[in-house]
Design a protein around this ligand. Sequence first.
Ligand code: DGP
Length: 118
Amino acid sequence: MAYDNGNIFAKILSGEIPCDIVAENEHALAFRDINPQAPVHVLVIPKGKYESATDFGAEATETEQAALCRLISHVAEVTDIHKDGYRLIANTNRNGHQEVPHYHVHILGGGDLGRILP
Ligand code: DGP
């Protein structure tokens, strides 16, 4: 399926829609989720046009992949959740309930998150 240039995260990347930026690097952007599910809830997205975790893993350059990983680590440190712990989630496609068709990793922390699934 072709990447949807009108998706909400594409609009955040273009500056059309504002967001609360936590950090960024050349290839990835981290901003706070509009509907936080934990005391700290940050989304990390590639700046390139990748629809899902599958696409990002298969098609992104190693530089882009490394930049996203490094930004996740950086966000965990600057939000001070790295020591007590946190959870990464990448909802993917229909069964994963992915709502926004631009690859994103949820970083959740700031308290006990319980088991991975209810
Ligand atoms: P999902 O695709 O289900 O993994 O989750 C998408 C997340 O994106 C959801 O937690 C809410 C968040 N979100 C949706 N629209 C916006 C927006 O305009 N700004 C921000 N900051 N977050 C958004």
